[in-house]
Design a protein around this ligand. Structure first.
Ligand code: BTN
Length: 243
């Protein structure tokens, strides 16, 4: 597969989308040392100094567009398993796509889908891992909830090896996904989940909903039990753990 390596870009997701529009094939990777305009979910900025893994993968799965969000969960499982195996840390996933160590975020995933009504043209999954970065240098409002591999392990790790291990793990899980094994991957996701069983507050479309996260259904949708005992499905949103 093609790997496009840059010292500096605005956003690896934007470069990957450009390449995908030009016909780049499935499995094409874009990776950069620095992003000047790294993108987070919900229009947020993703701080991307040197030392992080800032990477995007172009995928062209033959799936209905409404299944594309499943790729975020698939990628989350691949990142979590890689970090668990390579760094021997207490890795978990916060719905839908934050990778945590303890209760602090170490990685975010931004999935961008280009599809028509009936078919996916391409998907770009963007992965940002705070590897050899120093969280104390982050803006103050981000410091409390964030960590990095370096800060957890008290040593720098080899980025080339980590990326290589991740790509192998991702390839295995993505091939399972394409073979129709999303239910098995979801099982893995559930066992890594730090959200299920927690009291949470979810901000979705300007509203805040509180409840207990009781599960995730086979589409990857979060199920909350509200105070009155009723169940509520949450397709997307920002989730806060509150116990
Ligand atoms: C989030 O948790 O808000 C998602 C963060 C995703 C960051 C990665 S870094 C590589 C790729 N390029 C981007 O501009 N964003 C993603």
């Amino acid at each position: 597969h093609d790997i496009h390596y840059f010292k500096e870009v605005d956003s690896t997701n934007d470069v990957a989308k450009y390449l995908a529009e030009e016909g780049a094939e499935e499995g094409t990777i874009v990776i950069a040392e620095i992003q000047n305009r790294g993108k987070g979910r919900r229009g947020k900025t993703w701080i991307s100094p040197p030392g992080g893994v800032w990477m995007s993968i172009i995928l062209r799965p033959d799936i209905p567009p409404f299944n594309a969000p499943q790729l975020t969960l698939v990628t989350g499982v691949a990142v979590a398993e890689t970090l668990q195996k390579e760094c021997n840390l207490d890795v978990g996933i916060k719905w839908p796509n934050d990778i945590l160590i303890g209760n602090k975020k170490v990685c975010g995933i931004l999935t961008e889908v280009n599809a028509s009504i009936e078919k996916v043209n391409y998907v770009v999954v963007g992965i940002g891992i705070d590897m050899n970065v120093d969280v104390p240098l982050f803006p103050p409002d981000l410091q409390k909830g964030a960590t990095s591999l370096k800060n957890e392990l008290n040593t720098e790790i080899n980025g080339a090896i980590l990326v290589q291990k991740f790509l192998l793990e991702f390839e295995t899980i993505y091939n399972e996904f394409k073979a129709g094994k999303f239910p098995e991957i979801l099982k893995e996701w559930r066992s890594l989940s730090k959200t299920i069983g927690n009291n949470v507050e979810v901000r979705t479309r300007g509203k805040t909903i509180r409840g207990e996260a009781v599960g995730i259904n086979k589409e990857g949708i979060l199920i909350l039990e509200l105070e009155d005992g009723s169940l509520r499905k949450i397709i997307s949103g920002e989730c806060l753990h509150i116990n």
